[in-house]
Ligand binder design. Structure first.
Ligand code: GLY
Length: 370
């Protein structure tokens, strides 16, 4: 008998830039020419049916004009498309069109597109590079940054995926103007989440400047885009794989993700997260971690941001309690919540522990108060 040691110690540098600006198509092309993805000449632009004509096609045209081989692959817009089935359809389409390991994926769109595109890139030909071009506030605030890629399953959101970092993220603020108001509000929920967990100044800035952001004031939009990136990458740089600290980015998501699925995606992700933020604020207050005034301030900001602050009547609350158990933070069958310790900070429950077990009865009590 013999034993062989396959020595595979790795030093990995997955660092990348996030560029915030307006209509960054030319910058994308100049970055590619400067070697962003080496000497790759073949690009698959993954997008959805809404973003396709608006942004993905112009980007593809710029790349083609610069001499690259590029094709567009669009799937029906909406969270319901973020599935293994859509991924398989796209993979087959790429293979059919001759794409192999010598390509790069460019995901152009919102969170559904960047989550799906990044996951596809991570498994296509055992992994090809990808770039995110984020066109929504939600994608710029959360989904496009940090390397969590995934698809939903019938049981719950984001259960199947990879940590896979992009080569670069472009955040195109100009694209926000073309979003329906409901999508902008939905993106604001992740921004409010960041303020609640890490930045009291951002929290009160949002209170004062929501109207400016919703009318696309340049300074206000740039301020929140930069704040979101700063808060998120500060966490991701410390704990890329969510062994502890990164769980704080889950604030509001225990109830949020569950209610999104139970609503059968009638609620947008940010709308579901808004209700989840209310639930965790009520729980944080009940457990003595946050004052009544702080809890009320969280709820008031969400309300001012035109986000839902209560569970819609059509939601079956018992089904919601059951759905909480699909959360990735569940350990040994116990629900775990990230909780605020005030505005701009979260509770720490031990060394590198940022979520705490919550008995089902207490979770149910809070849900019935929302
Ligand atoms: N959306 C939470 C995270 O990226 O960790």
């Amino acid at each position: 008998m013999s034993t062989f040691n396959v020595g595979l110690k790795k030093v990995v540098d997955d660092s990348y830039d996030i560029e915030i600006g307006y209509q960054l198509y030319d910058k994308l092309v100049s970055d590619l020419k400067a070697g962003l993805v080496g000497n790759i000449k073949k690009f698959a632009v993954i997008t959805d049916s809404i973003v396709s004509d608006l942004y993905a096609a112009p980007i593809a045209q710029k790349l083609a004009a610069a001499g690259y081989f590029v094709e567009l692959f669009a799937f029906p817009a909406g969270e319901k498309s973020k599935t293994r089935e859509t991924k398989a359809i796209l993979e087959d389409a790429l293979l059919e069109r001759g794409y192999r390991r010598d390509c790069c994926i460019i995901a152009v769109g919102g969170g559904v597109v960047t989550d799906l595109g990044g996951f596809l890139a991570g498994t296509f030909g055992r992994g090809v590079p990808f770039i995110n071009y984020a066109t929504t506030l939600l994608a710029s605030a959360d989904a496009s940054v940090g390397g969590k890629t995934a698809v939903d399953t019938p049981l719950a959101t984001n259960l199947i995926g990879l940590f896979n970092q992009p080569k670069k993220v472009y955040i195109d603020i100009a694209a926000w103007k073309t979003l329906p108001a409901r999508q902008i509000y939905s993106g604001m929920a992740e921004t409010i989440k960041h303020a609640c967990l890490a930045d009291i100044q951002l929290f009160y800035y949002l209170f004062e400047n929501l109207e400016k952001i919703y009318s696309f004031d340049k300074t206000a939009c740039e301020y929140i885009a930069e704040a979101n990136c700063r808060i998120k990458y500060n966490v991701v740089m410390q704990d890329e794989r969510e062994s502890g600290l990164r769980e704080i980015l889950n604030l509001g998501h225990t109830v949020g993700r569950a209610i999104e699925t139970v609503s059968d995606y009638q609620l947008l992700h940010g709308e579901a997260v808004a209700i989840g933020l209310v639930a965790q604020a009520k729980l944080s207050h009940k457990l003595g971690y946050m004052s009544q005034e702080e809890m009320n301030a969280v709820i008031a900001l969400l309300y001012k941001a035109s986000l839902p602050i209560s569970i819609p009547d059509y939601i079956d609350k018992e089904a919601l309690v059951k759905k909480l158990y699909t959360d990735k933070k569940v350990r040994n069958g116990q629900l775990r919540f990230v909780l605020q310790s005030g505005i701009g900070s979260v509770m720490q429950f031990g060394e590198n522990v940022f979520a705490t077990p919550i008995p089902e009865d207490l979770a149910r009590e809070i849900i019935y108060q929302c």
